[in-house]
Write a protein that binds this ligand. Structure first.
Ligand code: NAD
Length: 421
C-alpha cells in the first residue's frame, strides 16, 4: 500500500512519527536515542469529577503528555474539545518539543487536553473543570517543570484560573506557572498577536527568496480565530492583498482584495466571516484550491491531504495551524515545487512569546510591545534561515529540515546530559 493510500489511517501521533522516522534516518540517529526521543517522557490521564449547574456529578477525561524535558521545562497548550484523544495530545506534545528546538528556546514539549464541549458548559462549569484538572496534574506542572498555555477553546481567562489554582496550592502567586495570561496577571504584551505576527515574519522571508513584494502577493487564509484573524490584520496592514478568508461556517473571496478591518467588524458581530458583503461567498474547503501566491491554513489539522494537494495553486504555504498538511500531501507539494514553511517554524511565534512571558514573570520586569516584537522577529528570522540552510545542505524539503534541525538539537542536549540511572 502506498503512503497516500494509508493516509486515512495516520493519526496525529503517527503523522509526527512518520516525519520523525524520515528525519532520524537522514541524521543517522543512534538507535537508543531514536527509541527514547520517539516516545513521550510521561503521560498523565486524569478523570475529573465536576459538579454541574443542575446538581449532577459529571466525570471528564483529561490528559497531559510531557514529551521531553531535555532542553528545559516542557511547554505546551491545553485544549478543551469533545474530540480530544490521548493519541492527538501525544503527537502534539512531540511537535512542541521540535517547535521549541527549531526556534532554539530553552523548553521541551508537552500538550494537554480535556474531553468536553465548552459550547455546552456554563462559565461556572468551565471554571470548575479547569481548576480540578489543574489540581489533578499539579504535582507535574510549574515554572521549572511544565508550563501550560492556551490552545483550542482555552483562553486568557482559563489560564488565569489555572494560575490561581496552582498558586493557591503552593501558597504564593506564581505567575510563571502558565503563559497566555491576561496582561494584568503577568501576561506579555504582544502575546495575542504573536502567532499571526510570526506567520507574517516567515512569509516576508519566503517572499524575499522569490524576489516578491508584499503588495504584489495575493494571500488566502483558512481560519479566522486567534491565528488567522491576527495574521490577516497584520498582513493587510503591511500591504499584502488578502483575497480569500474562510472559517468553519463559510468563506469570502474577492480577487481585488478584502478590506480586513471591515471583515473583522463583521466577524465580531456575526461570529463568522460568512455573509460578509465585501466579496463573493465561497466554501471553506474550496478556498484552499483558489489561485493565490500564499496559502495560510490557520484552522485545523489535515486540511491539505492527498485528495486536494495536487489542486493547491499557491506558490508558498505558510502553516499557521498545527499539522494542516498530511505526510502524503507533503510529497505532492514538494514534487510540485511549493515552498512550504512548516508548522513547527511558521506558528512558533506563539510559544516564543510565551517564553518571553515566562522570562518576564520570573524577572518581575515587563517589556514594551516593541521589545517583544523585535525579539520575536530576530528569533523567527534566525530560525527560518537555519531551516532553509539546513534543507539546502542536506537536500531535503523544509519540513524534514525543520525536524532534522530540531531532533539534532534535542539529541545533542540528551547526549550532554547522559542517561540518569
Ligand atoms: P481558534 O479556535 O481561535 O480559531 C480557529 C478558526 O478556524 C476559527 O475561525 C474556526 O471557525 C476555523 N475552523 C475550524 N475548523 C475549520 C475547518 N474545518 N475549515 C475552515 N475553518 C475552520 O484557534 P487558533 O488559536 O486560531 O488556532 C488555529 C490553529 O493554529 C490550530 O491548529 C492551533 O493548534 C494552531 N496554533 C495556534 C496557536 C495560538 O497561539 N493560538 C499557536 C500555534 C498553533
Amino acid at each position: 500500500m502506498s503512503a497516500i493510500e494509508t493516509e486515512k489511517e495516520l493519526s496525529v501521533y503517527e503523522s509526527m512519527a512518520a516525519r520523525f522516522d524520515v528525519a532520524a534516518r537522514k541524521l543517522n540517529l543512534d538507535d537508543g536515542l531514536y527509541k527514547y526521543m520517539r516516545c513521550p517522557n510521561r503521560e498523565i490521564i486524569v478523570h475529573i469529577p465536576v459538579e454541574m449547574d443542575n446538581g449532577t456529578l459529571e466525570v471528564f477525561d483529561g490528559y497531559r503528555v510531557q514529551h521531553s524535558i531535555a532542553r528545559g521545562p516542557s511547554k505546551g497548550g491545553v485544549r478543551f474539545s469533545p474530540q480530544v484523544t490521548l493519541d492527538e495530545i501525544r503527537g502534539l506534545a512531540a511537535e512542541m518539543t521540535w517547535k521549541c528546538a527549531v526556534v532554539n528556546i530553552p523548553f521541551g514539549g508537552a500538550k494537554g487536553g480535556v474531553v468536553c464541549d465548552p459550547e455546552k458548559l456554563s462559565r461556572g462549569e468551565l471554571e470548575r473543570i479547569t481548576r480540578r484538572y489543574t489540581a489533578e496534574i499539579l504535582d507535574y506542572i510549574g515554572p521549572e517543570r511544565d508550563v501550560p498555555a492556551p490552545d483550542m477553546n482555552t483562553d486568557e481567562q482559563i489560564m488565569a484560573w489555572m494560575m490561581d489554582t496552582y498558586s493557591m496550592h503552593v501558597r504564593h502567586t506564581v505567575t510563571a506557572s502558565v503563559t497566555g495570561k491576561p496582561l494584568d496577571l503577568g501576561g506579555s504584551r504582544g502575546r495575542r498577536e504573536a502567532t499571526g505576527r510570526g506567520c507574517m515574519i516567515v512569509c516576508d522571508q519566503a517572499l524575499k527568496r522569490f524576489g516578491r513584494s508584499r503588495e504584489s502577493t495575493r494571500v488566502i487564509i483558512q481560519g479566522f480565530g486567534n491565528v488567522g484573524s491576527q495574521a490577516a490584520r497584520l498582513m493587510y496592514e503591511a500591504g499584502y492583498k488578502i483575497i480569500g478568508v474562510a472559517d468553519l461556517h463559510g468563506g469570502v473571496f474577492n480577487s481585488r482584495g478584502i478590506d480586513i478591518h471591515a471583515l473583522l467588524e463583521h466577524a465580531h458581530e456575526a461570529k463568522t466571516v460568512k455573509g460578509f458583503a465585501g466579496g463573493e461567498p465561497i466554501d471553506r474547503a474550496e478556498i484552499l484550491e483558489q489561485d493565490c501566491d500564499v496559502l495560510l491554513p490557520a484552522a485545523t489539522e489535515s486540511v491539505i491531504n492527498s485528495r486536494n494537494a495536487s489542486r493547491i495553486k499557491a506558490r508558498i504555504l505558510v502553516e499557521g495551524a498545527n499539522s494542516p498538511t498530511t505526510p502524503p500531501a507533503d510529497e505532492i507539494l514538494f514534487d510540485r515545487g511549493v515552498f512550504v514553511v512548516p508548522d513547527i517554524l511558521a506558528n512558533a511565534g506563539g510559544v516564543t512569546v510565551s517564553y518571553f512571558e515566562w522570562v518576564q514573570d520570573r524577572q518581575g520586569y515587563f517589556w514594551t510591545e516593541s521589545d517583544v516584537n523585535d525579539k520575536l522577529k530576530h528569533i523567527q528570522i534566525a530560525a527560518f534561515n537555519d531551516v532553509v540552510r539546513y534543507g539546502e545542505k542536506h537536500n531535503v524539503n523544509n519540513r524534514i529540515a525543520a525536524y532534522m534541525l530540531a531532533i539534532d538539537r534535542v539529541a545533542f542536549s540528551l547526549k550532554l546530559r547522559g542517561i540518569y540511572a
